[in-house]
Design a protein around this ligand. Structure first.
Ligand SMILES: [Zn+2]
Length: 141
């Protein structure tokens, strides 16, 4: 089931609360641009659509990436999983919570932070994903 309830648009993207290990699926056919540490976004997977118009990122994901840059993915394909709240890496991770433990970017708990760019400009994913969010099954966007 889609775990979309509780998503908010308070910042650049949407937050989808989900337990660690929840599968993340690609919203479109495309090519993986990057996987790695994304600062405030924590471990992040970024994909560009086939036509080059859209670029979308899944933040706070698991550092155990299952796709790699240059890899082609298809809509609905599992491309990663929601990461843990706390991570050991990277070396100079400035993000910590009140316990002093280093976190998976600027996050207060496990969730998928999804951002969407259209021709390089950040847009509100909910506008674009309405249909997809209603139709997709088996994972979060
Ligand atoms: Zn967020």
């Amino acid at each position: 089931m889609l775990q979309h309830h509780g998503a908010s648009t308070s910042h650049s993207g949407i937050d989808i609360p989900a337990p660690e290990g929840t599968e993340i699926i690609s919203i479109m056919d495309g090519t993986v641009v990057s996987t790695g540490w994304g600062g405030a976004g924590g471990y992040t997977i970024t994909i560009q659509s086939e036509d080059g118009v859209y670029e979308f990122s899944y933040c706070h994901s698991s550092p155990d990436f299952i796709v790699e840059p240059g890899q082609k993915v298809v809509q609905g394909e599992v491309i990663g999983t929601v990461g843990p709240k706390y991570v050991d890496g990277p070396a100079n991770n400035p993000y910590k919570d009140s316990t002093g433990k280093t976190t998976n970017g600027a996050t207060t708990g496990c969730h998928c932070h999804f951002t969407l760019r259209e021709n390089g400009k950040l847009v509100d994913p909910e506008e674009y994903l309405k249909d997809a969010l209603e139709e997709e099954k088996g994972g979060i966007i």
